[in-house]
Design a protein around this ligand. Structure first.
Ligand SMILES: [Zn+2]
Length: 452
């Protein structure tokens, strides 16, 4: 027994020496980014793990190696009577770490783990989900390598260098600010749109690596702390004040003009019958009798200053008026209910004169310059409603449709990816620091400085 303890200590000492030597070898390299823990899954009953090189399973609590495996070996990890099982053998551990076997020495070309058919840099920790059945898997890796993955999902190699650099700083700042958001679940950030979408080592390209290298350790700071650097695909012409979307007013997240007009996500449209709309609302528990009108202020060029829309025109509150009552929904609620790309949209209720598809589609989206051939619903038919601005009546005529003409994709707060792309493309002689100008446009009053 004593011998075993001694062996462990010796092993620990040797490991320490290896680590020490490793550290001294890479001492000349830039400062490594801090580690971050990304939740990949919770409440799982089966996890499949493998690697493109030799890898091992370590007990996190004492560092003991529980098993060593060669490239391509497949581990089926499950639970049996509360204990981990790997390929049917019970493992005595409460918390396991799967990691590539050799210490990393070549940046970006090290071994990858494959967890449920997705490849990941770094290590993956597995433990029982707290407060629920099943297992949780957490990817533990240097923050910058996490940024590779996030950027890889949203940028192609054609993206201009200064826009990639700007987005690298945004994602790094976002991760630093929100790190610990999922602390109670045992990780920093999740891998969904609740935090940032992350699918491991995927679609990375050299431009992304270079952008992260060129901006190494740089973060957006406000009062000497990383900022809540929210980002979205395309704002639809104007970004939004944070309090219209997230309830909290951040001084640096103010609505500003955007340059995303050429983005494929700039404009969208949706049509729905009043009956479908009523059905969806009632299905979600809103009861107001037969739908008679929709109330929302008309969108005007930003900055806007009305109570039911934010500064960019994003809907904060929309009211559905029925025969027996009303239902007031937030922009986010109606966006979710109708699966809309954004909360920035206008509402028109119309009965097409003739063929709906040819007539409305052709002129749709150019409502300000073209005449749409429609029968306007009679303004006095309902009797109970006033004709105050913002009321869109449902007449009940056959073929009546509710048109939503919308702009942008995402919440519209902070950094607009497509707006930044246009800024970088249109800049005349952009220097290597032009990304800082992009960042200072979308984040008011911030400082860009080294965080690590
Ligand atoms: Zn999250």
């Amino acid at each position: 027994m004593k011998g075993q303890v001694w062996t462990k200590r010796l092993a620990g000492l040797l490991l320490g020496l290896v680590l020490f030597c490793g550290t001294s070898v890479v001492a000349a390299a830039p400062v490594a980014s801090p580690p971050i823990r990304i939740g990949l899954m919770t409440q799982q009953f089966g996890i499949l793990a493998s690697s493109n090189g030799g890898f091992q399973v370590v007990n996190v609590d004492d560092g003991k190696i529980l098993g060593e495996f060669t490239a391509g070996a497949k581990l089926r990890i499950g639970l049996r009577e509360g204990k981990f099982v790997i390929n049917n053998a019970i493992v005595n551990s409460d918390r396991m770490r799967i990691e590539p076997q050799k210490p990393k020495n070549i940046e970006r070309e090290d071994r990858l783990l494959e967890i449920n058919n997705r490849r990941y840099r770094g290590a993956v920790e597995i433990f029982r989900t707290q407060g629920a059945a099943g297992m949780t898997a957490v990817n533990v890796l240097p923050l910058d390598e996490y940024v590779y993955g996030v950027l890889g999902l949203s940028l192609t190699p054609e993206w201009p260098e200064q826009a990639v650099k700007a987005q690298a700083v945004v994602v790094r700042s976002f991760a630093l600010y929100h790190s610990g958001k999922h602390k109670n679940e045992g990780f920093d950030l999740c891998d969904t749109g609740d935090c940032l979408v992350y699918e491991g080592q995927t679609q990375e390209n050299p431009k992304i690596w270079q952008a992260i290298e060129a901006t190494r350790g740089l973060a957006l700071l406000y009062q000497n702390y990383p900022v809540a650097a929210y980002l979205h695909l395309s704002s639809g012409g104007y970004t939004e004040n944070s309090e219209s979307v997230f309830a909290k007013a951040y001084p640096y997240l103010r609505g500003v003009p955007d340059f995303d007009q050429t983005s494929p996500y700039f404009r969208w449209q949706k049509r729905i019958t009043p009956q479908e709309l009523e059905g969806l609302l009632k299905g979600a528990g809103y009861n107001f009798g037969a739908l008679t009108a929709i109330e929302i202020s008309r969108r005007t060029p930003p900055p806007m200053n009305v109570s039911d829309r934010g500064v960019s025109g994003r809907i904060r509150m929309i009211t559905f008026i029925g025969k027996d009552g009303i239902a007031a929904l937030t922009g986010e609620q109606i966006q979710k209910l109708l699966s809309l790309p954004s909360t920035l949209f206008d509402v028109t209720v119309a009965v097409p004169l003739s063929n709906i598809d040819s007539n409305i589609t052709d002129s749709y989206g150019d409502r300000d310059t073209k005449q749409i051939q429609i029968n306007l619903p009679p303004s006095a038919s309902a009797g109970l409603l006033t004709d105050r601005p913002g009321i869109h009546r449902i007449s009940g005529k056959p073929n009546e449709l509710v048109f939503l003409e919308g702009f942008g994709w995402g919440h519209g707060v902070g950094f607009s990816q497509w707006g930044a792309k246009t800024m970088a493309e249109k800049a005349i002689n952009p220097g290597s620091d032009y990304y800082m100008s992009i960042l200072k446009h979308y984040f008011q009053g911030v400082r860009i400085d080294k965080w690590y």
